[in-house]
Ligand binder design. Sequence first.
Ligand code: ZN
Ligand code: ZN
Length: 409
Amino acid sequence: MKGFEEKLDQYAELAVKVGVNIQEGQTLVLNAPIDAVDFVRRTARKAYEAGAHNVHVEWNDDVLARMKYDEAPLETFKKFPEWKARGFEQLAEEGAAFMTIKSTDPDLLQGVDGEKISEANKASGQAMNTFRSYIQSDKVSWLVISAPSDAWAAKVFPDEPAEKQVEKLWEAIFEAVRINEADPVQAWKEHDELLQSKARELTDKGYKKLHYRAPGTDLTIELPDQHVWMGGGGPSKDGVHFVANMPTEEVFTAPQADGVHGTVTNTKPLNYGGNIIDDFQLTFENGSVVDFSAGQGEETLKNLLDTDNGARRLGEVALVPHSSPISQSGTLFYNTLYDENASNHIALGSAYATCVKGGADMTSEELKEAGLNISITHVDFMIGSENMDIDGVYEDGTSEPVFRNGEWA
Ligand code: ZN
Ligand code: ZN
């Protein structure tokens, strides 16, 4: 049995070596919550040991973020610091690797003026446009992982005594990212290869569209002619193999931006930047949301859809079997990195350039022509369940089962 400290170090090492795969002389940029200070220090140490020449940490703090929303006037949220956006671009152009540690309290922004939130999301989305395009075309190696905060752990394990909640969430994270395996790095290698081969198999199928059926869902998603399925890790522009999400259980590609028709119903609550949206339904025509409703967080959903034109269209379609290890844990994480890897999901907003052949080198105009959606946002939401069937439809109209009852057919 591994001790807690050993697991923390192994997780930090996994993030550095398999996640961003830090290279000799590289800078690591860490976006991190102050709640995770101990883990951040361990990660920085592992990065230096792996050859990083500089670890730059951008700290964030839920308490200060909430304070600002409560105290600062609306005008404040319409501006995003240019120096910060340019700084990230410069670091990416100089070849840095980027790691983000997420721990947001799912209820952080409950009750905050929705206009402030939507202005802030628009301002950061626009200012970070270039940097986001670097990320979405894998120009740099990047990684999103999570570490517990008190508030997040309390939301996930409300019935546990307070002193046990964070510990339980750490254990759930360790299990999901394979730290409980004897050799986590080797376990990831095998898992990574499995996902990549699944993705290749689907790319070779060359489906024209996918047809989803489940309670509250009857949705057809057309795929671009040149679409490529992705899964597990892949190379950055410099040829460094990295894994962008830990955990990751999905294979995904991009939908044809104007080729989505029908209605879809979510199956897990969506934590959108500190507000929960749940029991919602979206209806698409020609790729765009024409009707929507939500039992919880309808205003937040409306603000998300109004972010820009592309926010009403899909930018990702991802397949995850209902029997995935995270799903089997039965834990609802209120954190998209975890919940999306327990469920089939789709995303509103921009598509990953790497999801069409040659996409990493295309301009945004060329990506648009290839069928991909362009937006300043990208928000995954969960639609899978044990009741979901998906058919793959070929160009000639014939079809075959891809998913039955939430599992690969
Ligand atoms: Zn995804
Ligand atoms: Zn996504």
